[in-house]
Write a protein that binds this ligand. Structure first.
Ligand SMILES: Nc1ncnc2c1ncn2[C@@H]1O[C@H](COP(=O)(O)OP(=O)(O)O)[C@@H](O)[C@H]1O
Ligand SMILES: [Mg+2]
Length: 172
């Protein structure tokens, strides 16, 4: 089951706020894959998510380490992967990715499309695209599996009043 919804944000602040609203809907074992070019807004989204999860650390991309692990006040681990520089899937096996993806924490993966074969059957895919207006982003929310379709619906319901979901732009 695959379902797609689209929203637009007009600033990095809006993207963070949108991400923050997803946090309360997440639970241990969740995997979220973020895709889109450099500068599209993936890390910005992770920062909002971390804020919503009450992670009180500054989030930067773990470009050289593949993964950074954070603890929040309720002790649910938050795993932030950035696989931009990954060359071989084997590197994920070497760091024991299953312990993260199928463990007790919440996982978010920047450039998740690079490790598509390793993603679980059910995951949330979020695609970021820059539009010609410098601060405008098209965000596609693609739910893989019933749980995510339901979660995405609730997330968008929470966000609807803050976000534009229906604009006319030929490039969107
Ligand atoms: N609507 C928006 N959403 C997210 N980021 C935005 C937006 N508008 C401008 N930006 C800027 O775009 C850049 C996104 O960078 P980043 O999140 O690191 O991208 P990525 O991780 O995808 O490479 C930041 O400098 C951010 O301030
Ligand atoms: Mg990034």
């Amino acid at each position: 089951m695959r379902e797609e919804k689209i929203v637009f944000t007009k600033s990095s602040f809006e993207t963070k706020k949108f991400a923050e609203k997803l946090a309360p809907l997440l639970r241990a074992g969740d995997v979220i894959s973020l895709t889109g070019d450099l500068g599209a807004g993936k890390t910005c989204f992770v920062q909002g998510l971390a804020c919503g999860l009450r992670v009180n650390k500054k989030i930067t991309s773990p470009t050289f380490a593949l993964i950074k692990e954070y603890l929040n006040s309720s002790n649910i681990p938050f795993y932030h992967f950035d696989v931009y520089r990954l060359k071989f899937l084997q590197e994920m096996l070497d760091i024991g990715y299953e312990e993260y993806f199928f463990g007790e924490g919440i996982t978010v993966v920047e450039w998740g499309d690079k490790i598509a074969p390793l993603l679980p059957d059910e995951f949330l895919e979020i695609k970021f695209k820059r539009l010609s207006n410098e601060n405008m982003r098209k965000i596609s929310i693609i739910s893989h599996g019933k749980r995510w379709a339901e979660t995405a619906k609730n997330w968008l319901k929470e966000s609807r009043k803050d976000l534009c979901t229906d604009i006319n732009t030929s490039e969107a």
